[in-house]
Each structure stands twice: as C-alpha cells, then as structure tokens.
Design a protein around this ligand. Sequence first.
Ligand SMILES: [Zn+2]
Length: 200
Amino acid sequence: MADHEHTHEHDHDDHEHEHPEELTEEEAERLVRKEIALSQIRQYGDPALRMKAEDVEAFDDELRTVTERMLSLMHDADGIGLAATQVGILRRFFVCSLDGEDRVLVNPVVTPRGDDTEVDAEGCLSLGPVRVPVERHTSVRIEAQDERGEPVALDLEGFPARVVQHELDHLNGTLMLDRTDAESRREALGLLRPRLVLTP
Ligand SMILES: [Zn+2]
C-alpha cells in the first residue's frame, strides 16, 4: 500500500520537480531510489497481481532474505505495505509498517472485530497515481506467523487495520479497484490506461 499522505505532500511540491537543481543531493537520491524500487514492483496489468497466493510452508533463509528485500523496497518506494504477489511471488506473506514498526506477516488470517466500517482513500504501489475510496473494517485482529515461523497476533484499529486488509487482498488477487465505487473505478482506469485512449 502506498503512503497517500506522503504522496499528497509530493503533489504540493510538484513545482520543485520542475527545477531539479533546487533539490538537495539527499532529496535527489531519494527520488531515484523510489523510481528504482517502483520499477521492481509489479504494476497494474501484470498477471501476478490477479493470482491467488499459496500458503508458506518453509520458514527458511530464502524467506528471510526476500522479506528483508521487500521491506527495503517498500521504504524506498514510500510505501507502508507490500505483498509477495506484488514482487511476483505467489506465496501468502506481506511486509508492512504498522505504527512505525516493520512487520513481516506470513499466512495471515484477518478477522473483523465488530461491524464498524469506514471509507477512506487508499493508494497502492502497483497502481501508480491512483487513489480511490475503499470501505474497510475499522477494527480487526490479524493472526499470522513472523519470518521465523513464530505466531503473531495483533489487534489493529483505523489505519493499521486498513493496511493489513489491503495487503491481505493482494494475496487473493484482489485490488482496491475491485472494492471502490463505479465512478472512482472508471476514473482510476483512465489514469492507468491513458495510452489506450484514442484521441479523436
Ligand atoms: Zn496494494
């Protein structure tokens, strides 16, 4: 999931991008790292994003290497969640940042706590500039394993609850476009497929 608040700031800073000489070296490096990270994350249209992932059975060094790499990609891309399917791995795990803490959640099961839902804008590292309103459970419990196979159970509310629901969807081949209203979806598809629109 993309950090929409960060992206929002960038929207307001667009004038700076027109004058790259005004960027500090640190800012310039950060922007390049973001581009590189995004180029390694599957983008809308990639079939892997529509596939259902299978349970993880082996908690081995490979899993730990991949999840470390995914956390780096997620941070470089200014994201707050990244699912295995988004890097072409059809296994049930994702990484995320919950209240500032990096988490690896393997074979996750999410259960709503109560019937409350709320609608808020979401972004996604696989959907470029798209932001759409999505209704999610306000409060959930997630039960999973960490990268070493140790059980993890977290009760989450608000934004962290939204993040894990978004990432769990990825493991089932579901995108936020499938959960938004028809008009927002239409607008989003317009942003995602500008080159397919024929101009009269
Ligand atoms: Zn996403």
